[in-house]
Design a protein around this ligand. Structure first.
Ligand code: NDP
Length: 433
């Protein structure tokens, strides 16, 4: 804490992992003897840079850019870029730290990293977003590469922003290198199912947790928060599997649609018009908008928090439990506070942490990297099938690790342990670097 002051989100993420792996360290002291923990918490490299750009009024704006290259023991750094006014070094480090274990858990050859900027895309024109992305890549390009670091999207960074950044990289370097970013357009190196993967994967994970108890999603009421990339496709997959997804939200409030969210309308408003969630209630008969409301007050059996960190607190968790919640899968990164997680676990709710439940996104990004390297294109059905299998494997790895260490059903501990063991063994085998 003295080395990293004022970084509460980073401390929260580290605390959770270290707490979970206590039993592992008791059984395998070499991790302590060889300084794995001290090395693991310290990023291999942190890059902070100036991002100057000119707004539509001709005024110079300056934002701060980040790329934290956290751990490359398992492969090139891999993790998204977040553009949101709340971005600071604590947020990027917590996300990068989580990413190490998440990526390890996928079983693929990818290390952990994260980046972004405090740039706020809301209310910016198309041209301003493009100029910002170009300026951001004007510095980032020298730090990334197919074998070094492969960024992707996150909050505020979708297909549009990846396109502008890729274009700038190609211009600066005079090389078309598909493998330097993932989340690309389908016509120029992007992979089928990448857009859908995080939301789909979170719902597949719910399916796996329920199946252990002989249950399924059929007819279940589902609350989803957020209305971005993860939320939209969590809603879609929940509906395809027979559940009823009835909420979506953004930073202004939530909508409740008892008839089930109209996905086409939601996509039109969020993906095409880039509008606010209130628009959904304005256009959909029967739907209501609760301004500033807490989406977790809606009685549901399944919750998929898919907006941002610490959006679901202890009181919200208690409300969900009182209303009969059965399973929670974190589509977002660390959306539940530690107190909320405690409430769920004590009440016997099936709880999947983000590093397991939302790993489908980065796993499919790794599939995009494989296709780029082999100059191949896999079909939607084939890619979705692979995602389905990967989520089942992640569930199994987390479930089994929890059993092995005497905390059956604790997916938080299981995911942390399974991810930690893989990356820590790689670090041991590669020596002190
Ligand atoms: P998007 O930018 O597409 O959507 C984010 C959504 O969350 C928006 O509806 C946004 O509302 C809402 N939101 C963001 N910040 C806040 C806030 N501070 N308070 C309330 N609502 C907020 O992002 P994604 O869907 O890509 O990401 C959502 C979460 O999922 C993040 O935690 C991200 O790290 C995680 N994730 C994403 C992956 C991906 O593949 N995209 C992969 C793994 C995890 P508003 O527009 O009002 O800000």
């Amino acid at each position: 804490r003295t080395l990293n002051p004022n970084e509460p989100e980073f401390h929260q993420a580290v605390h959770e992992v270290l707490h979970s792996i206590g039993p592992v360290l008791e059984r395998r002291s070499e991790y302590l003897d060889k300084g794995v923990l001290e090395r693991l918490v310290e990023p291999e490299r942190q890059i902070i840079f100036r991002v100057p750009w000119i707004d539509d009024a001709g005024k110079l704006q300056v934002n701060r850019g980040y790329r934290v290259q956290y751990n490359s023991a398992l492969g090139p750094y891999k993790g998204g870029l977040r553009f949101h006014p709340s971005v600071n070094i604590s947020i990027i480090k917590f996300l990068g730290f989580e990413q190490i274990f998440k990526n390890a858990l996928t079983g693929q050859g990818i290390g952990g990293g994260k980046g972004g900027s405090n740039f706020d895309p809301h209310g910016k024109s198309e041209a301003e977003v493009m100029r910002f992305c170009q300026s951001f890549m004007n510095e980032l390009f020298r730090h990334i590469g197919e074998h070094t670091d492969v960024p992707a999207g996150d909050i505020g960074v979708g297909g549009r922003e990846i396109g502008y950044m890729f274009g700038m990289y190609r211009k600066i370097t005079n090389r078309f290198e598909s493998g330097i970013l993932t989340g690309k357009g389908l016509g120029w190196g992007g992979a089928q199912v990448r857009t859908e993967a995080t939301g789909y994967g979170a719902v597949f994970f719910v399916q796996e947790m329920l199946a252990v108890h002989g249950e399924n999603l059929e007819g279940k009421r589902v609350a989803v928060s957020g209305s971005g990339n993860v939320a939209i496709y969590a809603i879609e997959k929940a509906q395809q599997l027979g559940a009823k997804a009835i909420t979506a939200s953004d930073s202004t409030g939530y909508v409740l649609d008892e008839a089930g969210i109209d996905l086409a309308l939601l996509r039109q408003i969020k993906e095409v018009e880039r509008g606010r969630i209130v628009e959904y209630a304005n256009r959909r008969p029967g739907a209501v908008f609760v301004e500033g409301g807490n989406v977790w007050e809606v009685p549901v059996e399944i919750a998929v928090p898919s907006a941002t960190q610490n959006e679901l607190d202890e009181d919200s968790a208690r409300m969900l439990v009182a209303n009969g919640i059965r399973a929670v899968a974190e589509g977002a990164n660390m959306p539940s506070t530690p107190e909320a997680v405690g409430v769920f676990q004590q009440a016997g709710v099936l709880f999947a942490p983000g590093k397991a439940a939302n790993a489908g996104g980065v796993a499919t990004s790794a599939l995009e990297m494989s296709q780029n390297a082999a100059r191949q294109r896999w079909s939607f059905a084939d890619s979705e099938h692979r995602l389905r299998d990967i989520m089942a494997d992640i569930h199994e790895a987390s479930f089994q690790a929890a059993e092995r260490y005497g905390v059956p059903g604790d997916y938080v501990a299981g995911a942390n342990i399974a991810g930690f063991e893989r990356v820590a063994d790689a670090m041991l085998e590669q020596g002190v670097i």
